[in-house]
Design a binder for this molecule. Structure first.
Ligand SMILES: [Zn+2]
Length: 347
């Protein structure tokens, strides 16, 4: 064996799992290449620390090392390497881990006098089906930052550095919660949102510059309006087309006729041709929903539900029996060909 992994981590052989982990993290933070740019010695040290921890931090490899003073690279799932095939362990992850999390990975460093765009805000608006079809103006009220300042406590970095023993560590700035800036004056803002005709459930509208104020007079953030559209009692929407189911009597289905149907504008007279079938769709072109930001419309589909009476009175029964004699008894069974085949099969 060449290296004493215990002395690399600055611990003794009686150290437990927790102590080994702690020792590794302290050293890894200190020698991390992100904190020691162009320092070859630190990089070597960092590699050594990681190599030591890959053995001592793994129960199986540790006991092998303790017994034989070495680790067979083929044992325990591929052994270890002193290089970093997947790149260095991330510094932020190490810090995060070390302090038990709670830090934002997207922390930005902000300089005190620079300008930054304000935060984007989001607002939910619920509208009826008809409002979505026709478009509507809605008044909303939201709380937003009127002025936004870089945090002086951390100079916009979102973290505070301090020394602990031989090394420097950092923790999230308590004044700004790690954001690097904070709103120091807010306002209740009333806005009129113009919702255009044709919006759908989940449509997102953007109101430029209506978000939080920018930092140091930087541009304002934007406001995003997320639309929820309520269901309609009898229209179903599929993009710009709508579907509506209407009841049709047997005589109308057989003989044809006219029925009144609901449309987005009110009602309309629909001509039913003779001989329509259950579930048949009829299309009313251009009677659907306006396509968002265009001057064209979808279609209205009418699904014909042919209603079969559950009961009939004696007169109706008589008429149907006449129909039966006249139309069905003398007619050829439409399944006769099929029935003959079944009979042949079982003969
Ligand atoms: Zn701060």
């Amino acid at each position: 064996m060449s290296k004493d992994y215990y002395s690399v981590l600055g611990i003794d052989r009686t150290s437990n799992e927790e102590q080994i982990k702690k020792a590794y993290k302290k050293l890894a933070l200190k020698y991390h290449p992100d904190r020691n740019k162009n320092d070859k010695k630190a990089e070597e040290k960092f590699k050594e620390i990681n190599e030591a921890y890959q053995v001592l931090g793994d129960q199986e490899k540790k006991s092998q090392y303790d017994t034989f003073g070495t680790v067979n690279p083929g044992a325990g799932g591929g052994g270890f390497s002193s290089g970093f095939p997947g790149g260095f362990p991330d510094l932020d992850d190490l810090i995060n881990d070390f302090f038990g999390g709670g830090r934002s990975n997207s922390r930005r460093s902000r300089r005190e006098n620079s300008q930054y765009k304000g935060r984007d805000l989001r607002f939910d608006v619920s509208i009826s089906f008809d409002e979505a079809v026709k478009g509507i103006k809605k008044n909303i009220s939201l709380r937003r930052a009127r002025t936004y300042k870089v945090c002086k406590a951390c100079n916009g970095t979102g973290e505070l550095n301090y020394s602990q023993g031989m090394f420097s560590v950092s923790r999230t700035c308590g004044s700004c919660g790690g954001a690097g800036a904070f709103a120091d004056d807010t306002e209740n803002k009333k806005l009129e949102v113009k919702i255009p005709a044709g919006v759908d459930n989940g449509t997102r509208l953007r109101m430029s510059g209506e978000g939080d104020a920018g930092i140091n007079n930087g541009p304002n953030g934007d406001l995003y309006i997320d639309i929820t559209v309520e269901d309609h009692p009898f229209f179903k929407r599929e993009d710009e087309n709508i579907l509506c189911e209407v009841p049709v009597s047997i005589s109308n289905a057989v003989l044809g006729g006219r029925i009144e149907i609901p449309t987005l504008e009110g009602t309309s007279d629909l001509k039913i041709p003779a001989g329509v079938q259950p579930g048949q769709l009829m299309r009313l072109k251009g009677k659907g929903i306006k396509i968002l930001n265009r001057e064209s419309y979808g279609d209205l589909y009418v699904k014909l539900n042919i209603v079969i009476p559950k009961t009939v009175n004696s007169k109706q029964k008589k008429l149907l029996e006449e129909y039966q004699v006249e139309v069905e008894k003398d007619s050829k069974n439409p399944f006769s060909e099929y029935i003959n085949k079944v009979k042949e099969f079982f003969e």
